[in-house]
Design a binder for this molecule. Structure first.
Ligand code: SF4
Length: 68
């Protein structure tokens, strides 16, 4: 199963949240992934590409399954 992750490089600029409210929300000053649904959406692609520090990634949660 794939999982959306915001890593510690996040600077809290808010871009991903404004581009894709379905997948991101503020958790304090930083962004937090809030959904693992619909990970193929255009909005999510835009959010990943918009992040100035490359903090957003989609990872395989189950190590036994690496169908990337
Ligand atoms: S766009 Fe990147 S740096 Fe900005 S809030 Fe989202 S994850 Fe953090």
């Amino acid at each position: 199963m794939k999982k959306l992750v915001v890593n510690e490089n996040c600077i809290g600029c808010g871009l991903c949240i404004s581009v894709d409210e379905e997948h991101f929300e503020f958790d304090g000053d930083l962004s937090s992934a809030k959904s693992n649904e619909n990970l193929d959406s255009e909005a999510l692609k835009n959010a990943i590409n918009s992040c100035p520090v490359g903090a957003i990634s989609i990872v395989e949660e189950d190590n036994n399954e690496t169908n990337k």
